[in-house]
Design a protein around this ligand. Structure first.
Ligand SMILES: Cc1cc2nc3c(=O)[nH]c(=O)nc-3n(C[C@H](O)[C@H](O)[C@H](O)COP(=O)(O)O)c2cc1C
Length: 201
């Protein structure tokens, strides 16, 4: 299903077409495509080129691993994510590997890597749906995530499915209009709260 962003200003079609569905096809994601998606994440920029991210990935062809990762999601997300062929958890390294000093941009950089992955996915007709609704402590335990690394967000990757397959409440959300804050709320100049002058036409 297409749900292009109703933007106020023109943007690249990849940005317009990306969205976060909950209805996914069960069609598997080919391994070479998966490799390209994580390759895209690999080329995201990061502070000091630290690349402070790691991804745990579970595909449906390994049912035990898929079920294990699914069990880290909150019930609301399990309802729809169970059908998606690829599950992943993005993990950040909290300190710089070389100096051991805290890396205050680790989460920021990890988010950028997932944004790159999502953009590559959109270009290939796939969709990514990120989730804060998971239990990071359970993920640490089940996947033996070492100390110094923190699970940040879970996400699914797959091909779009039929919204009619969703329970009613989720179906309504799937079809609701897409909204965003206006640019004037968050693009500022001069001092905090002053919308940037270039926003006025
Ligand atoms: C870090 C993050 C956490 C999110 N957590 C959840 C979640 O737990 N469950 C869910 O259904 N959607 C989740 N979302 C999806 C957002 O609700 C969605 O991105 C937002 O409503 C904007 O919609 P769009 O991505 O379709 O443009 C999350 C998105 C992000 C980036």
């Amino acid at each position: 299903m297409q749900r292009p962003a109703p933007t106020d200003h023109p943007v690249h079609e990849i940005i317009r077409e990306r969205w976060s569905p909950r209805a996914f096809s069960e069609k598997p994601v080919p391994t070479e495509v998966l490799r390209s998606l994580f390759e895209a994440a690999r080329w995201a920029p990061s502070s000091s080129n630290e690349q402070p991210w790691a991804f745990l990935v579970a595909t449906k062809d390994d049912q035990a691993s898929h079920a294990k990762m699914l069990s880290t999601l909150v019930e609301f997300n399990q309802v729809w994510a169970r059908y998606v062929p690829v599950l992943s958890i993005a993990v950040s390294e909290l300190a710089f590997a070389r100096s051991g000093k805290p890396n205050r941009n680790a989460f920021y950089d990890t988010g950028a890597a997932v944004a790159y992955l999502s953009t590559e996915a959109t270009a290939r007709g796939l969709f990514v749906h990120q989730m804060a609704g998971f239990d990071p402590h359970k993920a640490i335990e089940l996947f033996s995530i070492p100390s110094g690394w923190e699970p940040i967000a879970a996400f699914v990757i797959g091909y779009p499915g039929d919204p009619q397959s969703l329970p009613e409440k989720l179906r309504e959300r799937e079809l609701a209009p897409r909204t965003r804050k206006p640019l004037s709320d968050f693009v500022m100049s001069g001092s905090w709260g002053q919308p940037a002058p270039f926003l006025k036409s």
